[in-house]
Design a protein around this ligand. Structure first.
Ligand SMILES: [Zn+2]
Length: 159
């Protein structure tokens, strides 16, 4: 049995699921993920703290990725991050031009925090976003927070 590969030049030609694969399913965030989301509702960034190695993990996971110890404790971290990589989107996933470009970044948190968050970079011209940019979370107004969503943060803006 042989394998064949077709060269695909247009992203839209790739066979994929679009907004349908999770229909009808709900995933639990788990006890730790739920506390993380509750923290967002309270306007706090919480990291999991491993009871064995002491590492801080964001987003928090049920088990430490280094020693598999169960993580039960969450600690608030300073709401200042660093953009480690980013991309600028000009089209939505259907290929429609966006009214204005959207920047998505991977944000790390200094002070020995492992992991990071992927989120919008806002309140800055896309051309002014760079790797190393210091950013802080912009929480939605309290009455707009859904409590259970990473979108309780509207995005990260330059400090
Ligand atoms: Zn650990």
């Amino acid at each position: 049995m042989g394998m064949s590969f077709e060269k695909i030049n247009v992203n839209r030609d790739i066979r994929h699921w679009l907004h349908t694969i999770e229909q009808g399913y709900r995933y639990t965030a788990g006890p730790i993920g739920t506390k993380f989301l509750e923290g967002l509702k309270a306007g706090k960034l919480l990291a999991g703290k491993c009871p064995v190695c002491g590492k801080l993990l964001i987003p928090p996971k049920a088990f430490c990725q280094y020693d598999f110890a169960e993580i039960k404790e969450l600690v608030e971290i300073a709401p200042v991050g660093i953009v480690r990589t980013y991309t600028v989107l000009y089209e939505d996933s259907y290929g429609n031009k966006l009214p204005k470009p959207v920047v998505i970044g991977f944000i790390e948190f200094p002070g020995g925090v492992t992991g990071g968050l992927v989120h919008y970079i806002i309140n800055v011209e896309p051309g002014n976003v760079r790797v190393g940019l210091k950013v802080r979370p912009v929480f939605r107004p309290e009455n707009e927070r859904r409590g259970g969503s990473i979108t309780d943060i509207a995005g990260f803006e330059p400090v």
